[in-house]
Design a protein around this ligand. Structure first.
Ligand SMILES: *Cc1c(COP(=O)(O)O)cnc(C)c1O
Length: 240
C-alpha cells in the first residue's frame, strides 16, 4: 500500500510540475487550470488512493464505474474532510441518466439534443442543475465523437431554454495521432468557436470553461486556453 502511495504521489507531483511549466510557458497564472484525474483505468481501491494522495476532481468515462466507485470514494473523502467532484467525461446513454445525475457535478460530454432533453427532464425531477460542457468536434476526422460547430450552436441555443442544464463551456478531444502542431490548431479552433458562441449568445450564458487536453496533449490544451485538463495515464505510470 505504501508503495502505491509513493508511486502515486510521485506521479502526481510530476504531473503538477509539468502543468505548472505549461501554464508559465503560456504566460498564464499558476492554478488557472483544473486537473481532472481520470480514474477509468483503475479499481475502486486505487481510486481511493488517488483521493488519499490529494486529488479531488475525478473523471470517469463509463457511468457504471461512477456507480460502482461513488460511495466508497466519497467515504474516503469524507474522512479526509475533502469533497469530491465527479466528472462524467464519456458518452452518457439516456437510459443511464437518472442513476448517474445525483453522483456527478460535471458532464463533459453533452453531445446531442436528445441527451440534453433527457437530462433536463431528470434534473427537474431531482431538483438539480447539471453543469455541462458541449462536446465539440473541430477536426476533419468525422469518425470522432462530438458536435460539429454548427450543430453545437443549435444544441446550445436549445439548451439555454432548459432549466435543468447549465452550459459552462466546451469540451474537445484532438484527432488521434495528430502532431503537436495540429493538436494546437484544433484546440485554438475550439477556443475560437467558444468565443464566437459567447459573442452570439452574450449574457444568456457563461461559456468560461474549456476542457481540452489529456496526458499526451495537455500542454497544447493549456497553450490554447484550457481551464480543465483530463489526465489519466500519466497518474498511473508504474501502477497498471
Ligand atoms: C481516457 C480519457 C482521458 C484520459 O486520457 P489519458 O490519455 O489517459 O490521460 C481524457 N478524456 C477522455 C474523454 C477520456 O476518455
Amino acid at each position: 500500500m505504501n508503495d502505491v502511495q509513493d508511486i502515486l504521489k510521485r506521479n502526481i507531483e510530476r504531473a503538477r510540475e509539468a502543468v505548472s511549466e505549461a501554464l508559465a510557458a503560456a504566460g498564464r497564472p499558476a492554478d488557472s487550470v483544473k486537473v481532472v484525474s481520470v480514474s477509468k483505468y483503475v479499481s475502486v481501491e486505487l481510486t481511493c488512493s488517488l483521493v488519499e494522495a490529494g486529488m479531488t476532481h475525478l473523471g470517469e468515462s463509463r457511468p457504471q464505474s461512477i456507480w460502482q466507485k461513488h460511495d466508497a470514494v466519497n467515504e474516503v473523502a469524507r474522512r479526509q474532510s475533502v469533497e469530491i467532484e465527479w466528472h462524467m467525461i464519456g458518452h452518457l446513454q439516456r437510459n443511464k441518466v437518472a442513476r448517474t445525475l445525483p453522483m456527478i457535478e460535471w458532464l463533459h460530454s453533452l453531445d446531442s439534443l436528445r441527451l440534453a432533453d433527457a437530462i433536463n427532464a431528470e434534473a427537474i425531477k431531482q431538483q438539480r442543475r447539471v453543469n455541462s460542457l458541449l462536446e465539440v468536434n473541430v477536426s476533419e476526422d468525422t469518425s470522432k465523437t462530438g458536435l460539429p460547430p454548427e450543430e453545437a450552436r443549435q444544441v446550445l441555443q436549445h439548451v439555454l431554454s432548459l432549466p435543468g442544464l447549465c452550459v459552462r463551456g466546451l469540451m474537445a478531444m484532438s484527432t488521434e495521432h495528430a502532431t503537436a502542431e495540429q493538436t494546437l490548431r484544433e484546440f485554438h479552433r475550439v477556443r475560437e468557436l467558444r468565443d464566437a458562441l459567447q459573442r452570439e449568445f452574450g449574457t444568456a450564458c457563461d461559456l468560461s470553461e474549456l476542457s481540452m487536453g489529456m496526458s499526451g496533449d495537455f500542454q497544447q490544451g493549456i497553450a490554447a486556453g484550457a481551464t480543465m485538463i483530463r489526465i489519466g495515464s500519466l497518474l498511473w505510470e508504474g501502477l497498471l
